[in-house]
Design a protein. Sequence first.
Length: 317
Amino acid sequence: MRRVNDLAVFLAVAFGGAWLVALPLWLGGSGLATPSLMPVAAAMMFTPSLGVLAVWLICRRGTPFREWAGRTGLGLGPARGRTFGVLAATWVGTPLVVLVTLAVSALVGAVRLDLDGLSLFRAQLEAAGGAAPLPPETLAVAQLVSAVVVAPLLNAIPSLGEEWGWRGYLLPRLLGGAALDAAPRPTRIVWRAMLVSGVIWGLWHAPLTLLGYNYPNLGPWAALMFVGACVLLGAIFGWLRLRTGSVWPAVVGHGAFNASAGLILLVGDVAYPPNLALAGATGVVGWVVLAVVVAVLGSPYRSRGRASADAASPVSG
Protein backbone atom coordinates (compact mmCIF):
# COMPACT_ATOMS: atom_id res chain seq x y z
CA MET A 1 0.00 0.00 0.00
CA ARG A 2 1.39 3.41 -0.94
CA ARG A 3 2.52 5.72 1.83
CA VAL A 4 -0.17 8.30 1.09
CA ASN A 5 -2.83 5.78 2.06
CA ASP A 6 -1.80 5.55 5.72
CA LEU A 7 -2.94 9.14 6.28
CA ALA A 8 -6.25 8.40 4.55
CA VAL A 9 -6.76 5.34 6.75
CA PHE A 10 -6.04 7.34 9.90
CA LEU A 11 -8.41 10.17 9.01
CA ALA A 12 -11.18 7.81 7.88
CA VAL A 13 -11.11 5.90 11.16
CA ALA A 14 -10.71 8.96 13.40
CA PHE A 15 -13.43 11.04 11.71
CA GLY A 16 -15.73 8.15 10.83
CA GLY A 17 -15.45 6.74 14.32
CA ALA A 18 -16.21 10.12 15.89
CA TRP A 19 -19.40 10.57 13.87
CA LEU A 20 -20.46 6.99 14.53
CA VAL A 21 -20.01 7.40 18.28
CA ALA A 22 -21.84 10.75 18.27
CA LEU A 23 -24.88 9.50 16.32
CA PRO A 24 -27.07 9.20 19.47
CA LEU A 25 -26.73 12.96 19.98
CA TRP A 26 -28.05 13.63 16.49
CA LEU A 27 -30.68 10.92 16.20
CA GLY A 28 -32.21 11.34 19.64
CA GLY A 29 -33.38 14.88 19.00
CA SER A 30 -32.10 16.30 22.29
CA GLY A 31 -28.58 17.13 21.12
CA LEU A 32 -26.28 18.26 23.91
CA ALA A 33 -29.12 17.91 26.43
CA THR A 34 -29.01 14.13 26.25
CA PRO A 35 -27.79 12.40 29.42
CA SER A 36 -25.32 10.40 27.35
CA LEU A 37 -23.35 13.51 26.29
CA MET A 38 -20.34 12.95 28.52
CA PRO A 39 -19.99 9.21 27.77
CA VAL A 40 -20.27 10.01 24.07
CA ALA A 41 -17.64 12.76 24.30
CA ALA A 42 -15.33 10.45 26.23
CA ALA A 43 -15.77 7.62 23.73
CA MET A 44 -15.03 9.99 20.84
CA MET A 45 -11.63 10.74 22.35
CA PHE A 46 -10.44 7.21 21.61
CA THR A 47 -11.17 7.28 17.88
CA PRO A 48 -7.83 8.94 16.92
CA SER A 49 -5.98 6.12 18.68
CA LEU A 50 -8.10 3.62 16.79
CA GLY A 51 -6.87 5.39 13.67
CA VAL A 52 -3.24 4.87 14.71
CA LEU A 53 -3.92 1.18 15.35
CA ALA A 54 -5.64 0.91 11.97
CA VAL A 55 -2.58 2.36 10.24
CA TRP A 56 -0.38 -0.16 12.01
CA LEU A 57 -2.63 -3.08 11.13
CA ILE A 58 -3.28 -2.10 7.52
CA CYS A 59 -0.26 -0.10 6.39
CA ARG A 60 2.55 -1.12 8.77
CA ARG A 61 1.74 -4.79 9.14
CA GLY A 62 5.40 -5.86 9.20
CA THR A 63 6.40 -3.40 11.94
CA PRO A 64 6.53 -4.85 15.47
CA PHE A 65 4.09 -3.04 17.71
CA ARG A 66 6.81 -2.04 20.16
CA GLU A 67 8.67 -0.28 17.35
CA TRP A 68 5.46 1.33 16.10
CA ALA A 69 4.66 2.56 19.62
CA GLY A 70 8.10 4.13 19.87
CA ARG A 71 7.78 5.80 16.49
CA THR A 72 4.46 7.30 17.47
CA GLY A 73 5.66 8.76 20.75
CA LEU A 74 4.56 6.26 23.39
CA GLY A 75 8.10 6.08 24.73
CA LEU A 76 9.83 8.75 26.80
CA GLY A 77 11.93 10.17 23.99
CA PRO A 78 15.70 10.35 23.58
CA ALA A 79 16.26 12.32 26.82
CA ARG A 80 14.06 11.05 29.64
CA GLY A 81 15.17 13.75 32.06
CA ARG A 82 14.03 16.45 29.67
CA THR A 83 10.74 14.65 29.08
CA PHE A 84 9.99 14.41 32.81
CA GLY A 85 10.97 18.05 33.31
CA VAL A 86 8.71 19.23 30.49
CA LEU A 87 5.91 16.98 31.77
CA ALA A 88 6.12 18.45 35.27
CA ALA A 89 6.19 22.01 33.92
CA THR A 90 3.17 21.24 31.76
CA TRP A 91 1.25 19.75 34.69
CA VAL A 92 1.67 22.96 36.70
CA GLY A 93 1.79 25.45 33.84
CA THR A 94 -1.40 24.49 32.01
CA PRO A 95 -3.85 25.45 34.80
CA LEU A 96 -1.80 28.60 35.40
CA VAL A 97 -2.29 29.60 31.77
CA VAL A 98 -6.03 28.95 32.14
CA LEU A 99 -6.12 31.14 35.25
CA VAL A 100 -4.31 33.88 33.33
CA THR A 101 -7.00 33.73 30.62
CA LEU A 102 -9.60 34.11 33.36
CA ALA A 103 -7.79 37.10 34.90
CA VAL A 104 -7.35 38.81 31.52
CA SER A 105 -11.01 38.14 30.69
CA ALA A 106 -12.00 39.93 33.89
CA LEU A 107 -9.60 42.82 33.26
CA VAL A 108 -11.00 43.52 29.79
CA GLY A 109 -14.59 43.15 30.95
CA ALA A 110 -15.34 39.91 29.09
CA VAL A 111 -16.46 38.28 32.33
CA ARG A 112 -17.67 39.59 35.67
CA LEU A 113 -16.37 37.62 38.62
CA ASP A 114 -18.28 36.80 41.79
CA LEU A 115 -15.56 35.44 44.04
CA ASP A 116 -17.53 36.11 47.22
CA GLY A 117 -20.90 34.66 46.32
CA LEU A 118 -19.99 32.20 43.55
CA SER A 119 -23.48 32.89 42.21
CA LEU A 120 -23.00 31.23 38.83
CA PHE A 121 -21.68 28.08 40.46
CA ARG A 122 -24.56 28.08 42.95
CA ALA A 123 -27.05 28.40 40.08
CA GLN A 124 -25.49 25.40 38.35
CA LEU A 125 -25.75 23.34 41.53
CA GLU A 126 -29.40 24.28 41.90
CA ALA A 127 -30.12 23.46 38.27
CA ALA A 128 -28.56 20.03 38.79
CA GLY A 129 -31.19 19.34 41.48
CA GLY A 130 -30.78 17.86 44.92
CA ALA A 131 -28.90 19.22 47.92
CA ALA A 132 -25.16 19.67 47.53
CA PRO A 133 -23.17 17.43 49.89
CA LEU A 134 -20.88 20.33 50.83
CA PRO A 135 -21.11 24.14 50.83
CA PRO A 136 -20.53 25.65 47.36
CA GLU A 137 -17.33 27.34 48.56
CA THR A 138 -15.88 24.01 49.64
CA LEU A 139 -16.91 22.34 46.41
CA ALA A 140 -15.35 25.15 44.37
CA VAL A 141 -12.04 24.88 46.21
CA ALA A 142 -12.09 21.10 45.86
CA GLN A 143 -12.75 21.41 42.14
CA LEU A 144 -9.91 23.91 41.74
CA VAL A 145 -7.47 21.70 43.63
CA SER A 146 -8.59 18.67 41.65
CA ALA A 147 -8.12 20.51 38.37
CA VAL A 148 -4.53 21.33 39.27
CA VAL A 149 -3.40 18.27 41.20
CA VAL A 150 -5.49 15.20 40.39
CA ALA A 151 -7.46 15.67 37.19
CA PRO A 152 -4.49 15.73 34.77
CA LEU A 153 -3.71 12.19 35.90
CA LEU A 154 -7.34 11.06 35.88
CA ASN A 155 -7.78 12.51 32.40
CA ALA A 156 -4.64 10.85 31.07
CA ILE A 157 -6.36 7.82 29.53
CA PRO A 158 -8.96 9.69 27.43
CA SER A 159 -6.40 12.37 26.62
CA LEU A 160 -4.02 9.70 25.38
CA GLY A 161 -6.84 8.49 23.17
CA GLU A 162 -6.60 11.78 21.29
CA GLU A 163 -2.94 12.67 21.66
CA TRP A 164 -1.59 9.38 20.35
CA GLY A 165 -3.45 10.22 17.16
CA TRP A 166 -2.97 13.97 16.75
CA ARG A 167 0.49 14.52 18.14
CA GLY A 168 1.77 10.95 18.25
CA TYR A 169 1.03 10.03 14.65
CA LEU A 170 -0.45 12.92 12.65
CA LEU A 171 1.99 15.74 13.42
CA PRO A 172 5.14 13.70 12.61
CA ARG A 173 3.36 12.30 9.55
CA LEU A 174 2.74 15.83 8.26
CA LEU A 175 6.40 16.61 8.89
CA GLY A 176 7.49 13.73 6.69
CA GLY A 177 7.77 10.95 9.27
CA ALA A 178 11.54 11.08 9.69
CA ALA A 179 13.63 11.20 12.87
CA LEU A 180 12.45 14.64 13.92
CA ASP A 181 14.77 15.03 16.87
CA ALA A 182 17.84 14.06 14.87
CA ALA A 183 16.88 16.17 11.84
CA PRO A 184 15.06 19.34 12.99
CA ARG A 185 12.79 20.84 10.38
CA PRO A 186 12.86 24.51 9.29
CA THR A 187 10.65 26.63 11.51
CA ARG A 188 8.17 27.45 8.75
CA ILE A 189 7.71 23.73 8.00
CA VAL A 190 7.12 22.95 11.68
CA TRP A 191 4.53 25.67 12.14
CA ARG A 192 2.79 24.79 8.90
CA ALA A 193 2.44 21.18 10.06
CA MET A 194 1.15 22.38 13.44
CA LEU A 195 -1.39 24.63 11.69
CA VAL A 196 -2.68 21.84 9.47
CA SER A 197 -2.84 19.31 12.31
CA GLY A 198 -4.62 21.87 14.50
CA VAL A 199 -7.25 22.52 11.82
CA ILE A 200 -7.80 18.79 11.39
CA TRP A 201 -8.09 18.36 15.14
CA GLY A 202 -10.61 21.18 15.37
CA LEU A 203 -12.75 19.83 12.52
CA TRP A 204 -12.74 16.38 14.12
CA HIS A 205 -14.79 17.87 16.99
CA ALA A 206 -17.62 18.76 14.58
CA PRO A 207 -20.06 16.04 15.80
CA LEU A 208 -20.15 17.98 19.08
CA THR A 209 -19.35 21.55 18.09
CA LEU A 210 -21.97 21.71 15.34
CA LEU A 211 -24.45 21.27 18.18
CA GLY A 212 -22.96 24.24 20.05
CA TYR A 213 -20.53 22.38 22.30
CA ASN A 214 -18.18 24.78 24.17
CA TYR A 215 -19.99 27.84 22.75
CA PRO A 216 -23.73 27.37 23.37
CA ASN A 217 -24.55 30.89 22.15
CA LEU A 218 -23.06 30.25 18.70
CA GLY A 219 -24.97 27.17 17.62
CA PRO A 220 -23.33 25.49 14.58
CA TRP A 221 -20.80 28.34 14.32
CA ALA A 222 -19.18 26.84 17.40
CA ALA A 223 -17.55 24.32 15.05
CA LEU A 224 -15.62 27.07 13.28
CA MET A 225 -14.82 28.88 16.52
CA PHE A 226 -13.30 25.82 18.11
CA VAL A 227 -10.95 25.29 15.16
CA GLY A 228 -9.16 28.49 16.19
CA ALA A 229 -8.72 27.26 19.74
CA CYS A 230 -7.48 23.89 18.51
CA VAL A 231 -4.86 25.46 16.24
CA LEU A 232 -3.33 27.35 19.17
CA LEU A 233 -3.64 24.51 21.66
CA GLY A 234 -2.36 22.09 19.04
CA ALA A 235 0.71 24.26 18.52
CA ILE A 236 1.48 24.07 22.25
CA PHE A 237 0.87 20.33 22.48
CA GLY A 238 2.83 19.84 19.26
CA TRP A 239 5.73 21.79 20.74
CA LEU A 240 5.72 19.45 23.74
CA ARG A 241 5.74 16.42 21.43
CA LEU A 242 8.59 17.64 19.23
CA ARG A 243 10.61 19.03 22.12
CA THR A 244 10.68 15.71 23.94
CA GLY A 245 10.08 13.08 21.26
CA SER A 246 7.32 11.76 23.50
CA VAL A 247 3.55 12.15 23.48
CA TRP A 248 3.20 12.04 27.29
CA PRO A 249 3.75 15.75 28.03
CA ALA A 250 1.03 16.54 25.49
CA VAL A 251 -1.22 13.97 27.17
CA VAL A 252 -0.76 15.68 30.53
CA GLY A 253 -1.25 19.11 29.00
CA HIS A 254 -4.45 18.01 27.28
CA GLY A 255 -5.79 16.43 30.46
CA ALA A 256 -4.90 19.48 32.56
CA PHE A 257 -6.52 21.84 30.08
CA ASN A 258 -9.74 19.83 29.94
CA ALA A 259 -9.82 19.81 33.73
CA SER A 260 -9.24 23.53 34.22
CA ALA A 261 -10.87 25.22 31.21
CA GLY A 262 -14.27 25.22 32.95
CA LEU A 263 -13.06 27.11 36.02
CA ILE A 264 -14.63 30.27 34.59
CA LEU A 265 -18.02 28.75 35.43
CA LEU A 266 -17.02 28.50 39.09
CA VAL A 267 -16.31 32.16 39.66
CA GLY A 268 -18.66 33.92 37.24
CA ASP A 269 -21.58 36.17 38.16
CA VAL A 270 -24.97 34.63 37.41
CA ALA A 271 -26.39 38.07 36.65
CA TYR A 272 -23.81 38.50 33.88
CA PRO A 273 -23.07 34.98 32.59
CA PRO A 274 -19.88 34.89 30.52
CA ASN A 275 -19.96 34.72 26.75
CA LEU A 276 -17.64 31.75 26.23
CA ALA A 277 -16.87 32.87 22.68
CA LEU A 278 -15.09 35.87 24.22
CA ALA A 279 -14.03 34.95 27.75
CA GLY A 280 -12.05 32.08 29.18
CA ALA A 281 -9.51 29.64 27.84
CA THR A 282 -11.22 28.82 24.54
CA GLY A 283 -12.68 32.27 23.85
CA VAL A 284 -11.04 35.13 21.98
CA VAL A 285 -9.23 36.26 25.13
CA GLY A 286 -7.90 32.74 25.53
CA TRP A 287 -6.69 32.78 21.94
CA VAL A 288 -4.61 35.86 22.66
CA VAL A 289 -3.06 34.34 25.77
CA LEU A 290 -2.38 31.03 24.01
CA ALA A 291 -0.82 32.88 21.08
CA VAL A 292 1.55 34.62 23.50
CA VAL A 293 2.49 31.23 24.97
CA VAL A 294 3.20 29.87 21.48
CA ALA A 295 5.38 32.89 20.69
CA VAL A 296 7.32 32.53 23.94
CA LEU A 297 7.92 28.82 23.36
CA GLY A 298 9.39 29.42 19.92
CA SER A 299 10.96 26.54 18.04
CA PRO A 300 10.78 23.14 19.76
CA TYR A 301 14.34 22.50 18.56
CA ARG A 302 15.82 25.57 20.20
CA SER A 303 18.83 25.00 22.50
CA ARG A 304 18.99 21.30 21.83
CA GLY A 305 22.30 19.66 22.65
CA ARG A 306 24.14 17.69 19.98
CA ALA A 307 24.23 14.61 22.20
CA SER A 308 20.46 14.48 22.52
CA ALA A 309 20.11 14.87 18.77
CA ASP A 310 22.50 12.02 18.10
CA ALA A 311 20.54 9.81 20.52
CA ALA A 312 17.20 10.45 18.85
CA SER A 313 15.13 7.60 17.53
CA PRO A 314 12.58 7.65 14.68
CA VAL A 315 9.21 9.06 15.53
CA SER A 316 7.07 7.89 12.66
CA GLY A 317 6.90 6.25 9.30
